[in-house]
Design a protein around this ligand. Structure first.
Ligand code: SF4
Length: 345
């Protein structure tokens, strides 16, 4: 296939009708000894400047694999993308040359990973690691790059940045290390930031601080943000819209308030009911029954049917399409009306 060079990728500016980032009917599969694992099956979503999309789902739902496909960091093989497009400013990233893809990665689309300790290099100071971004990508001198590193550490609120720039990752707390990761990810002013479970390893108070910091940085720079999480509780205040994934598909997408007010898919409803609530202290916490499906041996019909309290006979045979509801949201459930009405039949 002929690869497109970076020259064809539009610079920052007006987007017309095209979203900043559009994932369109993406399929990702992995060749394994046990067979082909279809990890992502026809996922579509889009993101505008200044917008936050939360992608939600249990592990194995395909949310991180989709993000890795956007970043171009999947190992291919064993991964394969048999179908779909990932358009950034209207250009399909899957058709870019490797060299052009490398330039997009980090500079125009950046990613924060879950585990800052393993993502940072333990043998280099944090200042060296942040300033490397400016030396490599902006051609800055060592001194100027280090000044920028201190500025960035200040921006992500690392106390006494000037003194701490020569410290090593292990000398920082988990929350501070995540701030360093965030500093590295925004160093080159990306237009899209993908945060993959950025607060999972942190305690609740630090989680809230990191989410607040991300929201603030986004407001300042108008970047689009994809927030990947398994926890519906952490995204309520920051997301504009939510895409819920299950077994490699989007099963519901909607503006954030619609989802919290009234979910249209039994899986989303179960996730919402699993969030601990202060007003229900002392009561047993709800948990969705069963486990996510084995992607090598998917259930027939609707993949959620073995766990679904709304299941009817046709759910076992007919895979639901992504139904459009009121022109503003979608649900892959034959019985979305009953789910919205809270009627389990
Ligand atoms: Fe449940 Fe059926 Fe809807 Fe699937 S289609 S989520 S099994 S009610």
């Amino acid at each position: 296939m002929k690869k497109t060079s970076l020259d064809t990728l539009p610079a920052e500016g007006g987007l017309g009708d095209e979203p900043l980032l559009a994932v369109d009917n993406l399929h990702v599969e992995f060749a394994t000894r046990a067979g082909t694992v279809r990890a992502v099956n026809g996922v579509s979503y889009s993101l505008g400047p200044g917008e936050t999309l939360a992608v939600l789902g249990e592990s194995g739902s395909g949310k991180s694999v989709t993000a890795q496909a956007i970043m171009g960091i999947l190992d291919m093989p064993p991964a394969r993308i048999p179908k779909g497009e990932i358009r950034f400013r209207g250009t399909d990233l899957l058709k870019l040359s490797d060299e052009a893809r490398t330039q997009v990665r980090g500079q125009r689309i950046a990613m924060i990973f879950q585990d800052a300790l393993s993502a940072l290099n333990p043998v280099f100071t944090v200042g060296w690691q942040i300033s490397e971004m400016f030396r490599v990508h902006r051609g800055m001198s060592k001194r100027d790059a280090m000044i920028k590193a201190v500025e960035l550490m200040d921006r992500v609120r690392i106390p006494a940045a000037k003194q701490r720039v020569n410290d090593y990752p292990h000398q920082f707390s988990g929350g501070m290390r995540q701030r360093i990761m965030i500093a590295m990810s925004i160093a080159l002013d990306p237009e899209v930031l993908i945060a993959d479970e950025p607060t999972t390893a942190l305690d609740v108070t630090v989680q809230a601080q990191i989410m607040e910091l991300l929201a603030e940085l986004q407001r300042e720079s108008n970047m689009g943000m994809i927030l990947i999480t398994h926890d519906l509780g952490v995204v309520a205040d920051v997301a504009d819209k939510i895409a819920v994934m299950y077994a490699g598909r989007i099963v519901e997408n909607a503006p954030v308030h619609d989802i919290y007010r009234n979910p249209a898919h039994p899986y989303t409803k179960g996730l919402l009911e699993s969030i601990p609530r202060v007003d229900l202290k002392g009561q047993e916490l709800y948990a969705i029954k069963g486990l996510p499906p084995n992607l090598l041996d998917m259930p027939t019909g609707c993949a959620f049917h073995p766990r679904c309290p709304y299941r009817q006979d046709n759910c076992v045979t007919d895979n639901p399409p992504l139904y459009e509801i009121n022109g503003r949201r979608n649900s892959a459930c034959h019985y979305w009306r009953e789910v919205l009405d809270g009627d389990q039949g």
